[in-house]
Design a protein around this ligand. Structure first.
Ligand code: SAH
Length: 377
């Protein structure tokens, strides 16, 4: 009789599970689910990745865990601090892929900017990640792992003297195109046994995937930021090609539904200011009109951060001030995002990582760059 060949089940990375997933995994290996919570606390409160050091977990269980799973955050390939205290990590994901995470310290808070995909497929014209093309979605472990690595480096203590008080999904990628992994990772950011951050302090930023905004509001309690950049369809389609699929009226309707479901929250609208493109009084007027129907919402103005080969420029300081004043005079709550970490290319839209491009966009971009160079010569 042939003997059945049973392959040992593959080991799993515990960073891929949210609390429920971890409980299910423990049940699967014949353990009580509450043990999962004990281990979860070791992983996210003590930032421990070695089962041997989990002193209140019995020896037999530790051996079982060694045999069936591991805790593997992404590897730091490179990290760098900026003069203003901003810190950037390049984290290796596999083969030649790497993404970036950025920590931005401020007097009253510390914000970690987290990536959701290797590259991005949306092709927003003013974003350097777009020039890199797209490779793949990040796994839950690779998303929460960015926070784990930063927290460990910074000596973060969950529930007391936190170094990371806020997380924004504003790194590389479109988080709503990696919905399941992103929401699982955000639930670990929110969970008391995870990083324990309040819903106001975990923000997802989207270029405007309307159906997924609705799904998000039904799935998890987090804050929403929408990348607007223009308040008329013609210009927005030029800057954010996704606008062709989900034009401004549809996007605003989904924002209204979000606010109806979460009455005490607001939405932040991001608006990157580019010289002569979307920074004129007429653009501010259009934005004011749009915001009239979004009471309690906020506009976040981001001075454009340049990168090699871009055709855009940052608006002048006077123009930025005038744009903000025009909005404030119309009672639109408007903040100006200070540019941080630009000496290490860690500012918004400058994250590049290392993308094994599957879209050939990198090649096209390089060609354009070369053509530009020869025209200039
Ligand atoms: N895909 C998501 C999250 C990533 S981008 C989104 O579109 O929201 C995070 C923010 O930085 C977005 O508002 C994006 O439009 C903005 N951004 C991109 N490139 C930029 C640049 N070069 N300068 C300033 N802001 C930029």
């Amino acid at each position: 009789m042939n003997q059945a060949v049973v392959n040992p089940p593959e080991k799993v990375n515990l960073l891929d599970f949210d609390r429920q997933g971890l409980r299910d995994f423990f049940t699967q290996i014949g353990e009580k689910p509450y043990r999962a919570e004990q281990v979860m606390k070791w992983i996210y409160h003590h930032l421990e990745d070695n089962f041997e050091n989990m002193t209140d977990v019995g020896k037999a269980l530790r051996a079982k865990l060694e045999a069936s799973c591991y805790i593997a955050p992404p590897k730091t390939m490179f990290d760098k601090a900026a003069a203003d205290g901003t810190h950037k990590w390049l984290l290796g994901m596999d083969g030649g892929n790497a993404v970036e995470a950025v920590y931005i310290p401020e007097p009253t808070r510390g914000t970690l900017c987290v990536s959701s995909q290797v590259g991005c497929g949306l092709n927003c014209q003013f974003c350097s990640t777009a020039t890199q093309g797209f490779n793949r979605n990040l796994a839950t472990s690779e998303i929460i792992g960015q926070m784990w690595v930063a927290a460990k480096y910074l000596g973060n203590v969950t529930h007391q003297n936190r170094r990371i008080t806020n997380v924004v999904m504003m790194g590389m990628g479109e988080p709503l195109l990696n919905f399941d992994n992103v929401t699982k990772a955000m639930s670990l950011m929110r969970d008391d046994l995870g990083f324990g951050l309040a819903s106001k302090r975990v923000t997802l930023s989207t270029a405007g995937l309307v159906p997924m905004i609705d799904k998000l509001s039904e799935t998890i309690d987090v804050s929403l930021a929408v990348s607007l950049h223009a308040a008329n369809d013609e210009l927005r389609t030029e800057l954010v090609p996704l606008n062709k699929r989900y034009p401004i009226a549809e996007l605003m309707a989904s924002c209204q539904r979000w606010l109806a479901r979460k009455p005490r929250t607001s939405i932040t609208f991001e608006y990157t200011l580019m010289k002569g493109v979307n920074d004129q009084p007429e653009h501010a007027r259009q934005l004011i009109k749009l915001m009239r129907r979004m009471p309690n919402c906020k506009v976040n103005l981001i001075p454009f951060n340049p990168f090699p080969g871009t055709r855009f420029e940052r608006s002048d300081a006077d123009t930025i001030r005038a744009f903000q004043t025009q909005l404030l005079n119309a009672n639109v709550l408007t903040m100006l995002r200070r540019t941080r970490g630009d000496d290490i290319d860690a500012a918004c839209g400058q994250l590049k990582g290392q993308v094994l491009d599957r879209t050939r966009r990198q090649a096209e971009f390089r060609k354009r760059l070369d053509e530009g160079a020869s025209h200039a010569a």
